[in-house]
Design a protein around this ligand. Sequence first.
Ligand code: HGY
Ligand code: MN
Ligand code: MN
Length: 416
Amino acid sequence: MATPGENLRINGDRLWSSIHEMAEIGPGVAGGSNRQTVTDEDAQGRKLFQKWCEDEGLIMGVDQMGTMFMRREGTNPDALPVYVGSHLDTQPTGGRYDGVLGVLAGLEIVRTLNDLDIKTKHPIVVTNWTNEEGTRFAPAMMASGVFAKQFTQDWAYAKTDADGKTFGEELERIGWKGDEEVGSRDMRAFFELHIEQGPILEAENIDIGVVTHGQGLSWTQVTITGKDAHTGSTPMPMRKNAGLGMARVLELVDEIAWSHKPDAVGAAGHIEVFPNSRNVIPGKVVFTVDFRSPELDVIKDMENRLAVGARKICDEMGLEIELEKVGGFDPVEFDDGCVTAIRNAAERLGYSHRDIVSGAGHDACWINRCAPTAMVMCPCVDGLSHNEAEEISKEWSTAGAEVLFHAVVETAEIVS
Ligand code: HGY
Ligand code: MN
Ligand code: MN
């Protein structure tokens, strides 16, 4: 495959300004973003992305999970396309760059190819995967998971948010339920640029993460039931305190994760207390335990120890407990050819780089099951993400996008 010359660069200023124009849609309260999946803000962000893509002559396809595929034709329209993208949906208190960088870097690749009138043999398809975050509607990477046949579409459509609305209804309401069958597209390769969301690259002063693997994820939803009662007049021995039960289970989660240091992690980010009244002992709590590790047997051990230990805690306290697996995927090893294209691109462009394992989950983790896939990472300040203070530099954004650009056009085969 013809390798692009080292002077083939993108327009980092244009990418930076598009990222910040997108950030004006669904702004958070503290300078970040709140553009949750299939909300009106998500719809607005989609419209802007669609306009930018159509201004570049891209043809849009939308599947039945709302994923957007923006196609730049190749000189051989029958050649398998090279896909590049990420997600535009954000956490409720998300940053401006998580997901958005990867989608708009894909658009920047097309803008640069158009500026230079460069043709590629294979078509290039810039992709916005629906509901990567899995916050409003679990699980994370929902649409890419349906695409990779890990979840059925009906199962995804039926998932409900905190207000009881279903994903399917909300996708239809915002007008982004496409008619394309999900998973019907064949890919030559898929590439995703993403901020690291961890501290390694910045701490080691390295520009580019060459992502060789992604750690696995397990989400277990725990429901503990005790008995609502008065916090003042109920004697301690009579209490069935679901909140206390949760506290002891969360201590256990922390202990289990630490027992597999240094790589395993565990916490609960989603916690609901009922009735959540200052003078009522909680009769019910619902929370999601998030375990992760690069090793599958460690994940299985953590899940098993949670199930046994949490049941023991609740038995001793006279509480009821239910555990339901609501998300997860095995550790991922990305495609060697795609990873090498990324590593060579960083080398050619003169960027410092190191191999890295992704701590977060990404759409690429599911698409890796359908096509040769790999990821590029750029540093983020203090490794902070899923926080409105998430920050990257324009230089990091530009470097990541240029490495992505070279890997994509090398795989798409420059014709002229
Ligand atoms: O949960 C994750 O790892 C991703 O950020 N959705
Ligand atoms: Mn993300
Ligand atoms: Mn995220």
